[in-house]
Every structure is written in C-alpha cells, then in structure tokens.
Design a protein around this ligand. Structure first.
Ligand code: NDP
Length: 247
C-alpha cells in the first residue's frame, strides 16, 4: 500500500450493507479493513475482496467490547499506519414490544448498535485529530427517525447514534474531521429478503419509489460523505429510504 493511501475501517463489513460499502470504498482507492467474529465469514469476505482485485485486512473484534475495539484500532494503526475513515455499520435487531422485552434484548441492541460507536471511535479519534483529517459515518435507520412498533431498543439506539453524530461533529470540525449519519430505509439485504414475501410486498407499498433500496445505494452515499468533496458536510443525517419517511 502507498504511504498516502487512506485507510477505512467498516464495522460489520462482512454483512449485506457493509460489504457493499467495503467494495465501493475499495474501488474508490481506500485500503479496507473490517472486524469479524466468525473466521468462516471473514475468509469468505477476504476471498471475495481478493477476487475483485482489492487488498483488504480483517481483525477479530466484537464491537460490544471496548477492549477488543481498542486492540483492533491499535493493530490496524500498527499494520497500516492509520485510520482515516470509520463506518459504524455493525448492527442487530432484537424485535419485540416493550411489554415483552427482556433486559438482555435491550442490552444486546444498545451494546451492538450504540456502545459500539463509542468503542470504535474513541480509540481512533486522536489519530484523526493529529493528522487533521477524518471521516466518521454512522449507519442508523429510518426507524431511528420515525419510530417503529416492536423496536424500542433499536429505535433508541439508532436515534442515539445521530445524537452522537451531532455532538461529536461540533467537537472535531475544526480539525478536518466530519461526522455524519446515514439513515437507510428498507434495503434488500438477507435480513429483509428473509421477511415473508407478503409482508415484504406490504412494506414496498409504503415506499413511494416502489421498491426496496440496494446496498450499493447506501454505499454510494457513504462514498460521498468520506470524500474530500464532503468536507463541508458534517452533523447531517442523510435519509435514503425511497421517500418512505421525509423528516
Ligand atoms: P447484516 O446482518 O447483513 O450485517 C450486520 C453486520 O454486523 C454483520 O457483519 C455482523 O457480523 C456484524 N455484527 C453484528 N453484531 C456484531 C458484533 N457484536 N461485533 C461485531 N460485528 C457485529 O445487516 P445489514 O447489512 O442489513 O445492516 C447493516 C447496518 O445497516 C445495521 O446497522 C442495520 O441496523 C442498518 N440498517 C439496515 C437496514 C436494512 O434494511 N437492511 C435498514 C436500516 C438500517 P456477524 O456476521 O458476526 O454477526
């Protein structure tokens, strides 16, 4: 890798949206890294990236665990010299109404979707500030903007991500570091394609554009936000939802 090649860490890069983001950023010239929990998924992902002609690296880390994230950041900085871009994309759902929600379902979603943002950004931030350049993109959700029955945990975590975005954006703007949120609507990943077709059709009827989004459409927005051209965009929440919710 060349000295000035920028390094992007995309959490959950082996997943549906994450892998589209990784491919797009790699195509745009970034050196790509992601975390993994399963060796099998990580080696499949590495092979896929290699087949596309991209060099990429994987680091074992659970985003719920601060120490593991700190170690991952330090290993990436040691191996690749720096982290210029963080895309906080790892996320889960544990849906049920609040009346039935177990504490573990609340904690799992808060830890994975929100605490993870602190766990990954905190150890990498000083390096960005010292170099005078950084791009942080938090992948939230339409449901964090509008609320969704059965998702108090997920909606709270995703809305919390944007609160983090707005506060940190103010803290680091003067040092060339931008922080933005992307809020996808329903995207055709395995998660959404596993929903029974009849329910999926009902969801699609609520989307003015008339279809599910594509992971590549999220990746294109991320690519813009991490580019030099987006230096004046910070603290924003970009909705990509086919018109399903206009905030
Ligand atoms: P996927 O389930 O395909 O990918 C999620 C990724 O996150 C996986 O790689 C998964 O790894 C990783 N991950 C989950 N928990 C952890 C953890 N504790 N530590 C490390 N990695 C973890 O989901 P999508 O691609 O569909 O979603 C990506 C993001 O986009 C999520 O934040 C989601 O909330 C958001 N989003 C998705 C929408 C959609 O319609 N698909 C709509 C709106 C938002 P592993 O394989 O090890 O579990």
């Amino acid at each position: 890798m060349s000295e000035d090649q920028r390094v992007a860490l995309v959490t959950g890069g082996c997943g549906g949206i994450g892998s589209a983001v990784c491919k797009r950023l790699a195509a745009d010239g970034f050196r790509i890294t992601t975390n993994y929990r399963s060796e099998e998924k990580a080696s499949k992902w590495l092979q896929e990236m290699e087949d596309l002609g991209f060099s990429a690296a994987v680091y074992k880390a659970d985003v719920r665990d601060f120490n593991e994230c700190q170690q991952m950041v330090s290993d990436i900085e040691k191996d690749l010299g720096r982290i210029d871009v963080i895309v906080n994309n790892a996320g889960i759902t544990r849906d049920t109404t609040l009346r039935k929600m177990e504490k573990s379902q609340w904690d799992d979603v808060m830890d994975t979707n929100l605490d993870s943002v602190f766990n990954v950004v905190r150890p990498a931030l000083n390096g960005m500030l010292e170099r005078g350049f950084g791009r942080i993109v938090n992948i939230a959700s339409i449901n964090g903007q509008k609320g969704q029955l059965g998702q108090t945990n997920y909606c709270a975590a995703k809305a919390g991500m944007h609160g983090f975005t707005k506060a940190l954006a103010q803290e680091v703007a003067y040092k060339g570091v931008t922080v933005n949120t992307v809020s996808p609507g329903y995207i055709a990943t395995d998660m959404v394609m596993a929903v029974p077709e009849a329910i999926r059709e009902k969801i699609i009827k609520q989307i003015p554009v008339g279809r599910l989004g594509r992971p590549e459409e999220i990746a294109a927005a991320v690519a813009y936000l991490v580019s030099d051209e987006a230096a004046f965009v910070t603290g924003s929440d970009l909705s990509i939802n086919g018109g399903q919710h206009m905030s």
